[in-house]
Design a protein around this ligand. Sequence first.
Ligand SMILES: N[C@@H](CCC(=O)N[C@@H](CS)C(=O)NCC(=O)O)C(=O)O
Length: 219
Amino acid sequence: MSVQLYHHNLSPPARVVKIVAKQIGLNLEEKEIDVLAGAQMKPEFITINPFHCVPTLVDDGFALWESRSIITYLVDKFAPEHSLYPTDLQKRATINRWLYWDLGTFFLSLKAYYRPAITGKPVQPEAAEVFKKNASALDESLKSTKYVAGDELSVADISITVTVTLATAIGIDTSELKNIQKWLKQVETDLKPSTWQTLVIDPANGLADLLKSMASKNS
Ligand SMILES: N[C@@H](CCC(=O)N[C@@H](CS)C(=O)NCC(=O)O)C(=O)O
């Protein structure tokens, strides 16, 4: 039975799930939900996910949302030996720490910057400063490790890569943070062929364009 992923092409957390699935060689049956048109509020989707967000995974009737819980579930279930999410408790705890940091701190500060654009309000420069402060902390940490959680590429690198590259696309410059730049190059090399362009760069630019057009339409 195929595993289904409800997603939207421009959704950053949905892209994280697709990248992880590709890394572990898992084919997902993708079902597009047009969140821009409000399709996530249709009763048939609400029945699957009352929180009406993408990504949502359905595995043999089991529905799961929140991208970071989905990616750890996918590796545990379909690639349990994979180094993207090792079983060693301390390695796993360190990866989880970065995933929670991304969800509750890093991506949140990025969202605080760009979210007003969706309703035609100006982006928040102070929020960009908070994001940059968080990025500097990440850069400092990457001074001593090759990947965010140690010596090996993990699901946390994939989640945080999507955050940093979206920031770049929407105009928050992190090019002076050299450890982040070096790490991004490494992640780009480690991802399966074509992933970087099709699931990281192009959709980040697509979302940036969309935000720009929403801001100008509403201003
Ligand atoms: N923390 C969630 C965020 C999910 C989220 O906000 N998804 C957006 C698209 S990027 C969405 O579905 N928005 C429509 C809605 O919530 O109604 C995750 O990582 O999966």
